[in-house]
Design a protein around this ligand. Structure first.
Ligand code: INI
Length: 161
């Protein structure tokens, strides 16, 4: 049996893209800070990280789609907060669905670090508050998946092909 798993070692030559939405900006900036800090602590060069800004979470999949051919990983960060509006369900649901669809087909890992919370307090808790920083967690997932991608070799060709 072979157990294949990635590690968290960032390679200096690898480029990482972060797509971050500005809606609920105080939260998303904290997510970006957590992600960048984690990437750099694990060996990624600061100049190898680009942060692409979009208005709201709904715009994240479009930008991410443009980036997957140019970076080793794309990290999607946003904050959708329910408040009192049914708009939440559409924005959160479509953002998650579209990022997931891209992640399943993209040539590089696409990481989902979009908070979907009922209240701003819950969002702040997850952006450097008492529940940690989901931006930092997303960066760790990106590092691991980039490493894993290098270790996943294509299956051997079948005899007779
Ligand atoms: N965008 C967010 O990122 N978070 C939200 O909480 C949010 N709410 O609640 O409406 C939100 N809406 C804007 C949306 O992402 C788009 O930017 C907008 O609909 C334009 O396409």
């Amino acid at each position: 049996m072979a157990r294949i798993v990635g590690d968290y070692t960032g390679r200096p030559g690898d480029r990482y893209a972060i797509v971050a939405s500005r809606f609920n900006r105080s939260v998303t900036e904290a997510l970006v800070e957590g992600a960048v800090d984690t990437l750099v602590r694990h060996g990624v060069a600061p100049e190898a990280i680009d942060v692409v800004s979009v208005p709201g979470a709904f715009e994240i999949p479009f930008a991410a789609r443009r980036l997957v051919d140019h970076y080793q990983a794309v990290i999607c960060l946003g904050a959708v907060v329910r408040g009192e509006t049914p708009h939440f369900d559409y924005v959160a649901g479509q953002t998650a669905a579209q990022v997931a669809a891209l992640a399943a087909t993209a040539p590089v890992p696409v990481i989902f670090g979009v908070l979907t919370c009922d209240t701003m307090e819950q969002a702040r808790d997850r952006a450097g508050g008492k529940a940690g920083n989901k931006g930092a967690e997303a960066a760790l997932a990106a590092l691991e998946m980039v490493s894993l991608a290098r270790r996943l070799t294509p299956p051997p060709e079948q005899a007779g092909d």
